[in-house]
Design a protein around this ligand. Structure first.
Ligand code: HEC
Length: 120
């Protein structure tokens, strides 16, 4: 009796262990999926918060005008005709001697330069 029951008990024990194991894998995956979702959310937020247009409204509008028409600073319409992207990145990073402050768009110079070139 003991000898015939033993293999079943072992299989039974393995089964329990397997169920535990699988549920832990499941929990792990759940965490990963949750983390991915959170990561994705952050990304979307960053993109929204860091859109060049929003940055413009925050940091540039006072000197360049709400229609890019210029105020203290020159008009920014047609900027892409006057400057290459590299020049714009340089202006945004270092500013100019004549009153354009540098460093206003830290980390966003590339996107900002590309966006500036689209202003007509
Ligand atoms: C304190 C006022 C001020 C602020 C704020 C400011 N600018 Fe300027 N900006 C200027 C002035 C003044 C010039 C002209 C500088 C020169 O001719 O050397 C200028 C020049 C520029 C130019 C070059 C234009 C051209 O045709 O040569 C660009 C591009 C520019 N600004 C973009 C921006 C952006 C983008 C922001 C916001 C991140 C910004 N500026 C914020 C004052 C400002």
């Amino acid at each position: 009796m003991k000898n015939t029951a033993m293999p079943y008990l072992i299989i039974f024990a393995f089964g329990i262990v397997a169920i535990f194991f699988m549920s832990f894998i499941g929990l792990n995956n759940m965490d990963e999926i949750a983390a991915e979702k959170e990561g994705g959310g952050d990304k979307a937020e960053e993109q929204v918060a860091a859109s060049p247009e929003d940055t413009y409204k925050q940091s540039c509008i006072a000197c360049h005008g709400d229609q890019y028409q210029g105020a203290v600073g020159p008009a920014l319409t047609g900027t892409g005709d006057r400057h290459s992207k590299e020049e714009l990145v340089d202006i945004l990073t270092n500013g100019t001697a004549n009153g354009m402050p540098g460093g206003l768009v830290a980390g966003q110079e590339d996107a900002m330069a590309e966006w500036l070139m689209t202003l007509k």
